[in-house]
Write a protein that binds this ligand. Structure first.
Ligand code: C2O
Length: 713
């Protein structure tokens, strides 16, 4: 990666900030309530499989606490980092409409939260109901840092299926006795495959099929005749899972927070990143038996995998006893049979049964026309072994993984930040290939040359582009199913098949009526999947394989969706810079020409204050058509500081101010150009953490409202 750590002076950037005072500023009506959570990220000792280790947790809980919200609610989670790792949290599957700053992937939408710092994730849940989950999104910390997100329908709105008697989250995880950060660190050094897990878990518990784990078994206690909603979440790092409950059939009603046409299944397939809500209809009588609920992998790659089985127990309460049923050891125990590890036809059949509900109330808004088509290969590859080192990847190379043969190089500046502040140079390039640069027989005999290229490339999409993306597995180092996850969107899975995608024949078979809508889809081993989505959410959106091993090797890329024209189609400024609260009454009565109170020629810093909602400086000038235009500078509240990276972190970093297009448009909805007074701030780093600030003389300037105006020196 091109580094930004050169000791020379860094021009960090310059921004002007505008807020507006108009009497008729439209006030936003919010349907839901705000739910506040505090996540203290802290270490905790946990014992599994007879060995104790210190793991990263939220509030000392493993799995982590539940987020519960109703559709339409706003969720505000203050994450405070008390552990010796950088941390971010991702709200997997939450659409994050115009709230990309709260999405969470490290160096994509934010810089990580350093030890001792905090960050507030603020987002609203729009048009989703079901189960999602949150997890750490940096390195392999999500091995232990995850928990459910439960989204209930709006108050008074029923489920489109039998009302369950109880709802129970069932989270699948993966457990290593060793330190997972050490495992991935070492694997990336040697180039070999990372060690596989020692156990799978259900709600953090491995169950009786593992050594000394009988006491660590999840028990689901049910009453005869009742219906239970199981909220299944696959939070495992590297394994797709089959799941089944002995002698019971479940009804699938929702995947990835979207209702589906209900169907019955004895066995389910769930990839990392996917969630599935199922109804479990308890038998109408006391069965005098217990039932295992087991999960084990669906594994298609050629590498080793953890082939163990996690079991939980379904136990009926005996209605003839008044006291709560005890775990009766003498009851017969039924065990389910799961498909073979490599049962790809089961996988294809199961995913082929998923259909959107597609009713008037829950329509499937599948894009019927396509503006841009993409073909991405996904798969493995190799990178050369550095000189003077021996590597443990294929033939002495290092394992790598790619999209269109590009292994994504993680930047050190967050992509969204670089984009928003107009500082993308040396951070990313907007030229991710639309199709493979060197086409080959993707699922045939693999090419001899398996070397990958590296880069930080994005696809840039104008707002509202209708996208069709075909993801094609490759046979390089063996075909394998890859669960691809897209941030910021749900997509429709319009088609899938085996072999190479055929653009002449396959589109005729696409389902454009009621395809499954989701955020994570398994690209079939040795096959392809076609998805469609409409790029209606501005921001930078990560897309990657939800196997952490493959993600670490580079199977990831990002989409940059540009702002639309309307105020509600633009990405607002990052948290802490937003002018939300004082918008209405900021302008002083008289235009002031006073300079910054802390102006200084060189070396001086502004006084650091924590009066976060108070501007440190403001000015205003009359507007061409009446009203006033005010400029303000806000310090970022200490508790809510956006951790900045790339842009050298100095007290200055709280002062980046983008022009507020929204305010502009509200002020002069029909005007394309507005005359404003612009003051530029130039911030240089003389040495680390000693910024030198210069203020330009104010000058009149016309600002184009169509393109987001940016200022830099
Ligand atoms: Cu659940 Cu980018 O991940």
């Amino acid at each position: 990666m091109g580094s930004s750590s050169s000791p020379s002076c860094l021009l960090v950037g310059v921004f002007l900030f505008l807020a507006v005072v108009v009497s008729a500023f439209p006030s936003v009506v919010q349907a839901g309530i705000t739910r506040h959570y505090q996540f203290d990220v802290e270490m905790a000792n946990v014992t599994r499989l007879c060995s104790t280790k210190s793991i990263v947790t939220v509030n000392g809980q493993f799995p982590g606490p539940r987020i519960v919200a109703r559709e339409g609610d706003r969720v505000a989670v203050r994450v405070i980092n008390h552990v010796p790792y950088n941390v971010t949290i991702h709200w997997h599957g939450v659409r994050q409409l115009r709230s990309g700053w709260a999405d969470g992937p490290a160096y994509v939408t934010q810089c990580p939260i350093p030890t001792g710092r905090s960050y507030v994730y603020n987002f609203t849940i729009v048009g989703q109901r079901g189960t999602l989950f949150w997890h750490a999104h940096i390195s392999w910390l999500r091995a232990t840092l995850y928990g459910p997100i439960i989204i209930l329908p709006q108050l008074g709105v029923p489920y489109p299926f039998t009302k369950p008697y109880r709802e129970v989250p069932v989270i699948f995880g993966e457990w290593w006795k060793a330190d997972t950060e050490a495992i991935i660190h070492q694997a990336l050094q040697t180039g070999g495959g990372p060690n596989v897990s020692d156990a799978y878990t259900i709600n953090g518990l491995p169950g009786p099929l593992y050594n000394c784990s009988a006491k660590d078994t999840f028990k689901l206690k049910v009453k005869p005749g009742k219906t239970y909603l199981l909220r299944l979440i696959n939070a495992a790092l590297n394994d797709e899972l089959f799941f089944s409950i002995a002698n019971h059939t479940v009804t699938v009603v929702d995947v990835d927070g979207v209702y589906v046409k209900p169907f019955d299944a004895e066995t389910l397939l769930i990839t990392p990143g996917q969630t599935t809500n199922v109804l479990l209809h308890a038998k109408p009588y006391y069965p005098n038996a217990m039932f295992f609920m087991t999960a084990r992998p669906y594994a298609t790659g050629s590498g080793t995998f953890d082939n163990s089985t996690v079991a939980a127990v379904l136990e009926y309460q005996n209605p003839s006893r008044s006291s709560p049923a005890v775990f009766a050891k003498n009851l017969p125990l039924h065990k389910p049979t799961l498909p073979a590890f490599n049962d790809t036809s089961f996988a294809a059949n199961f995913t082929g049964r998923l259909r959107s509900l597609a009713t008037a109330r829950f329509p499937a808004n599948v894009p019927q026309t396509v503006d841009r088509r993409f073909l991405f290969t996904v798969g493995l590859g190799t990178s050369p072994c550095p000189k003077n080192q021996t590597c443990q990847g294929p033939n002495g190379t290092k394992f790598s993984a790619t999209v269109n043969n590009i292994s994504f190089a993680s930047p050190t500046t967050a992509l969204l930040q670089a984009h928003f502040f107009g500082q993308s140079r040396n951070v990313y390039s907007p030229d991710f290939p639309v199709v493979p640069l060197m086409p080959f027989n993707y699922t045939g005999t693999p090419p001899n040359n398996t070397l990958v290229s590296n880069g930080t490339k994005l696809v840039v999409l104008p707002f509202n582009t209708s996208v069709e993306l075909v993801m094609q597995d490759t046979s390089i180092l063996g075909t394998e199913s890859h669960p691809l996850h897209l941030h910021g969107y749900n997509f429709f899975v319009v088609g899938q098949g085996f072999g190479n995608y055929d653009p002449a024949k396959d589109p005729a078979k696409f389902n454009l009526v009621d395809p499954a809508e989701r955020n994570t889809v398994g690209v079939p081993a040795g096959g392809w999947v076609a998805i469609r989505f409409s790029a209606d959410n501005p921001g930078v959106w990560f897309m990657h394989c939800h196997f952490d091993a493959h993600m670490s090797w580079g199977l990831k890329m990002a989409w940059l969706v540009l702002d639309g024209e309307l105020p509600n189609q633009k990405l607002p400024p990052p948290p802490g810079l937003s002018v939300g609260s004082p918008r209405r009454s900021v302008a002083p009565r008289r235009p002031r020409r006073s300079p910054l109170p802390w102006r200084s020629a060189r070396g001086g810093l502004p006084p650091r204050t924590d009066t976060s909602t108070r501007p440190t400086w403001r000015s205003s000038s009359p507007c061409p058509r009446g009203g006033r235009l005010a400029y303000e500078l806000y310090p970022v509240p200490a508790q809510q500081e956006v951790p900045c990276c790339g842009i050298r972190r100095s007290p200055m970093s709280g002062y980046f101010h983008p022009p507020d297009n929204e305010a502009f448009s509200a002020l002069a909805p029909r005007r394309k150009v507005l005359d404003v007074t612009v003051v530029l701030y130039q911030i240089r780093c003389a040495s680390p953490d000693v910024p030198v600030m210069k203020k330009s003389t104010p000058r009149r300037q016309s600002m184009n409202l169509e393109s987001r105006a940016r200022f830099s020196c």
